[in-house]
Design a protein around this ligand. Structure first.
Ligand SMILES: C[S@@+](CC[C@H](N)C(=O)[O-])C[C@H]1O[C@@H](n2cnc3c(N)ncnc32)[C@H](O)[C@@H]1O
Length: 421
């Protein structure tokens, strides 16, 4: 993190010897992520979860706040980094004729916390330069100017309590997506939890009723089966909406969504997924499970069975004869059934790449496959589902429901399917 000192020195220099070209890039919300990537190691960035919100996403997040930002607002970014979201919020505020008058007003509205001093410094310096860039008269020293932004400070977001946040009217945030241990007490999940869920939870428990919020969160919180508890918690505490965004930026391969609304207890259900109009789904006609054979763990002992894994399962084909065999003592599956590869991405042409297995003998299926076995034992039911899985409708359904790379049993069970259509 010390390499940020260099970056902050460049920011400071703009106060005495401004360079218009440099100022443009220092205030550019897309460039800061690239600059920091050059200064910090990828490990430092990952550890801090410091991937900064680009311009388009920042604009979308600020415009999703349900109340306008005015000089009577108090807008908190609890994990503010180098201040991208705060800068975007400041663009909703007017300026006075001088720097000091402007920052006095901005300083009351804009609150930011971060655990890294150099990020906090960068956020303040960039806001000072942003104000100058908007044409105010420079009437005070840099330290005085930064001092007017005293609500942007080094602070652990996990240490805040409701008393500190009594006057907060808006929260905007893009918390770290690293993995933290669960706070456990009165919590929706034990073990390891995505930090974004923990920070979101902390904020929702401590901001005042009716406070407007918008958070940029990893898609796993919206679609992962491990986060049902998080979703129930948010639904109970808020009136909120969800908007899928897609990949965070070109360099960061994580899909994100926006969660926005207001704190409101006893409120309406959050709609995490688009509603579906088909009334039956895969689990009405099929049993769905993960392949039982974990290849690195299972000894090659027991009877020899046909062996199915992703590489020997060509998509959309029906296999009637086994080409590979393996000894296995565990559970084998009686055909006919469908296997779906568990790993896929929204960038793939097909999300549910599937194959029908119609051998005469039971089969050992590896755990990177999802086994979908018709309850009526009929190959025609498998064919009907294979056709359906190849459709754009299923791609759209899965891309909307699960942006993370692993299909889950839950989401496959919920694929809309009606045998006669
Ligand atoms: C993904 S960045 C987002 C920064 C900024 N809000 C933006 O959108 O560009 C997350 C930030 O959270 C900070 N952070 C990590 N743990 C924190 C904690 N416990 N309290 C406050 N900030 C934290 C990191 O230092 C990092 O700057």
């Amino acid at each position: 993190m010390n390499s940020l000192v260099k970056h902050n020195a460049i920011l400071r220099a703009q106060f005495t010897t401004p360079d218009a070209f440099l100022i443009k890039s220092l205030l550019d919300l897309d460039t800061i992520d690239l600059i920091l990537r050059e200064l910090l190691t990828i490990e430092e960035m990952r550890e801090a979860g410091s991937f900064f919100t680009g311009q388009k996403l920042a604009t979308k997040a600020v415009s999703s706040l349900q109340k306008p930002i005015t000089f009577s607002s108090v807008v908190l970014d609890p994990t503010c980094g180098a201040g991208n979201l705060l800068i975007e919020c400041s663009r909703k505020l007017g300026v006075e004729s001088t720097l000091s008058e402007t920052l006095q007003l901005w300083g009351r509205v804009l609150w930011g916390f971060d655990i890294h001093l150099h990020f906090v410094e960068a956020a303040k310096l960039r806001l000072v330069i942003e104000a100058l860039n908007r044409g105010v008269i420079q009437d005070c020293e840099l330290d005085e100017a930064c001092g007017l932004l005293s609500n942007i400070m080094v602070r652990d977001a996990m240490s805040i309590e409701s008393d500190h946040l009594r006057t907060v009217t808006h929260v905007i945030m893009n918390p770290p997506f690293t993995i933290w241990p669960s706070p456990k007490n009165n919590y929706w999940k034990d073990g390891k939890v995505n930090a974004a869920g923990i920070v979101m939870d902390k904020i929702l428990r401590n901001i005042p009723e009716e406070c407007s919020f918008c958070a940029i969160l990893p898609d796993v919180l919206r679609s992962g089966s491990r986060y049902n508890g998080f979703r129930d918690f948010v639904s109970n505490y808020t009136d909120s909406s969800v908007e899928i965004w897609g990949r965070f930026n070109r360099k960061t391969d994580v899909d994100v969504f926006l969660l926005y609304g207001k704190v409101h207890q006893g409120s309406k259900e959050t709609q995490w997924h688009k509603s579906e109009y088909v009334s039956t789904c895969v689990s009405d006609f099929f049993d769905v499970r993960t392949g039982p054979l974990v290849s690195y763990r299972e000894p090659k002992e027991g009877n020899k069975y046909p062996y199915i894994y992703p590489k020997n399962s060509p998509q959309w084909e029906t296999l009637t004869k086994a080409t590979e065999f393996r000894q296995f003592k565990g559970l084998v599956i009686e055909p006919p059934f469908i296997v779906i590869k568990r790993t896929s991405s929204p960038a793939d042409k097909y999300r549910a790449s599937a194959t029908i297995i119609n051998f005469k003998e039971p089969v050992a299926v590896e755990n990177h496959m999802i086994v979908v076995k018709p309850k009526d034992g009929r190959i025609s039911t498998c064919r009907a589902l294979l056709n359906k899985l190849e459709s754009q409708q299923v791609n759209d359904f899965l891309n909307e429901r699960i942006r993370v790379r692993h299909l889950t049993i839950g989401v496959v069970k919920e694929i809309p399917f009606c045998k006669d259509k």
